[in-house]
Design a protein around this ligand. Structure first.
Ligand code: UT7
Length: 381
C-alpha cells in the first residue's frame, strides 16, 4: 500500500497589512482589546483583483516548485475554502487550469477545518492507489464576506492561502492518521452568506444574508472542548502519544483557544506554533500558512512528528498526525529549479490559452452551423 508523503508546501499572503490601530480608527475597538482577547496584532487583506483563486494559485505554484514536480503529473487538486470566487466553477478547477494540472479537481467546504479534511481525502485517495500526486490548497478571501462595521467579527479574520503537494511512496511515513468530526446542530453559530433561502438560522439574521456572522463565545467554548480531544484521538490512531509531538500546529483563531488546547494536552508552549499575531484567522489557510512559517523559522524540521488541528464552521473539527519529510525543500529556491518552475508556468498559461481558444472555436463553429441551418430552412419555406 502506498503512503501519502508531503513533498512540497507553499503560501501566499496579500501584501496589504491592516493593523489593529487601522481598525480602531474606523470602528469602536482598541488595539488593547483585540490583542488581549485574541492575540491578533495585524492581518492581511486581499487587494484589488486578489481572490481565493489567485491566492490559491500562488501558494500551489510555490508548493510545486519546492517539489520540482511537473504540474502536468498532478492528478488531483482539492481546494478547501469557505470563500470561493463563485459557488461554481470550483476554485480547485481554476487552480488546476492555471497551474497546468491534469486530473480531477473539486472544492471542499468544512470551514476552518477544511484544510485537514482535504488533506485526509487526498491522503486516502493516494493510499487507495487512485491518485499518485495531489495538491491540497487552503485559500480564503474572508474580507469579501466580512461586515466591516461589525466589530465582533471584522477584527478577527484575514486573507491568505497555503498549499501542500503530496506524493505516493512505498516508504512508510508521511501522513500517519486523521480524526474528523462534525456537529451540525451548532451550524447556526458560525454562518456565511445565503444563496436563496437557508435551512440554517443564524445569530444575526439580517447581517447573515450577506456576511459572516458568529456567536463568538459559543464557538470559543466548542473549540476549547474539541481541539485537544481531536489531537489525542488522531495520535492514538497513529500509535503515538502527546510525548511524541515535536510541533503542534493549531488553527490560528484565538491565542487563548490555542493555549487552552496546549494545556489540555499538557504540552509546553515551546512545542506549539503561533503566528496569529501576523494574520488573524485565515480559516482553511491558517494551518498550511503556519506550517510554511514554522519551517522558515526553523521550528519544524525534517522527520519531526507534527500534529495539526482545526475547528470551525459546520461545526467541524479535524486533526492530522504527520511525519515531516526528511529532505524536502533544501534546494527549493535554487536558480535551475526556479527556471524550470517558470517554464512550467508559462507552458500552463499557453495550454490554458489553447484550451480556451478551443472553446471559442467550438462556439464559432456551432454558431456558423446554426446560421447555415436557419438559412437552409428559410430557403426551403
Ligand atoms: O475559526 C473558527 C471561528 N472563530 C473563532 O474561533 C472565534 C471563537 N471566539 C473567540 O475567539 C472569542 O469569543 C472572541 C474573540 C470572538 C470574543 O472574545 P470574548 O472574550 O468571548 O468576548 P465576548 O464576545 O464575550 O465580548 C466581551 C465584550 C462585549 O461587551 P459587553 O457585552 O461585555 O459590554 C462585546 O460587545 O467585548 C465586546 N466586544 C468588543 N469590544 C471591543 C466584542 N468585540 C469587540 C471589539 N472591540 N472588537
Amino acid at each position: 500500500m502506498p503512503y501519502a508523503h508531503i513533498r512540497g508546501w507553499g503560501k501566499y499572503v496579500p501584501p496589504n497589512v491592516v493593523t489593529n490601530d487601522d481598525l480602531a480608527r474606523k470602528i469602536n475597538t482598541t488595539d488593547e482589546w483585540i490583542r488581549t482577547r485574541t492575540g491578533i496584532a495585524e492581518r492581511r487583506i486581499a487587494g484589488e483583483g486578489e481572490t481565493a483563486v489567485t491566492m490559491g494559485i500562488q501558494a500551489a505554484r510555490e508548493a510545486l516548485q519546492m517539489a520540482d514536480v511537473d504540474p502536468a503529473e498532478v492528478d488531483l487538486v482539492i481546494a478547501a475554502t469557505a470563500t470561493p470566487d463563485r459557488i461554481f466553477p470550483a476554485t480547485a478547477c481554476m487552480i488546476q487550469d492555471a497551474i497546468g494540472a491534469q486530473g480531477g479537481a473539486f472544492d471542499l467546504s468544512a470551514g476552518c477545518s477544511g484544510f485537514i479534511y482535504a488533506l485526509s481525502v487526498a491522503a486516502k485517495m493516494i493510499e487507495a492507489g487512485q491518485v499518485r500526486r495531489a495538491l491540497v490548497v487552503g485559500t480564503e478571501a474572508l474580507s469579501h464576506i466580512t461586515d466591516w462595521s461589525d466589530r465582533t467579527t471584522c477584527v478577527l479574520f484575514g486573507d491568505g492561502a497555503g498549499a501542500f503537494y503530496l506524493e505516493a511512496d512505498e516508504e512508510p511515513g508521511g501522513l500517519l492518521a486523521f480524526e474528523l468530526g462534525s456537529d451540525g446542530s451548532g451550524g447556526h453559530l458560525l454562518t456565511g452568506p445565503i444563496v436563496g433561502n437557508s435551512y440554517t438560522p443564524a445569530v444575526a439574521p439580517e447581517l447573515s444574508r450577506q456576511y459572516l456572522v458568529m456567536h463568538g463565545r459559543a464557538v470559543y467554548r466548542f473549540a476549547t472542548r474539541v481541539m485537544g480531544q481531536a489531537a489525542e484521538k488522531a495520535l492514538r490512531r497513529a500509535g503515538l502519544s502527546v510525548e511524541d509531538i515535536d510541533l503542534f500546529i493549531p488553527h490560528q483563531a484565538n491565542l487563548r483557544i490555542i493555549e487552552s488546547a496546549a494545556k489540555h494536552l499538557k504540552l509546553p508552549m515551546e512545542k506549539v506554533y503561533v503566528n496569529i499575531h501576523r494574520y488573524g484567522n485565515t480559516s482553511a489557510a491558517s494551518i498550511p500558512v503556519a506550517c510554511c512559517e514554522a519551517v522558515e523559522e526553523g521550528r519544524l524540521n525534517p522527520n519531526d512528528t507534527v500534529v495539526m488541528v482545526g475547528f470551525g464552521a459546520g461545526l467541524t473539527w479535524a486533526a492530522a498526525v504527520a511525519q515531516w519529510p526528511k529532505e524536502v525543500g533544501r534546494r527549493a529556491r535554487s536558480k535551475p529549479r526556479a527556471a524550470r518552475s517558470w517554464l512550467r508556468n508559462q507552458r500552463a498559461r499557453l495550454l490554458s490559452m489553447r484550451h480556451r481558444l478551443g472553446h471559442q472555436v467550438d462556439e464559432l463553429l456551432e454558431a456558423g452551423l446554426n446560421l447555415s441551418r436557419s438559412k437552409e430552412e428559410a430557403q426551403e419555406q
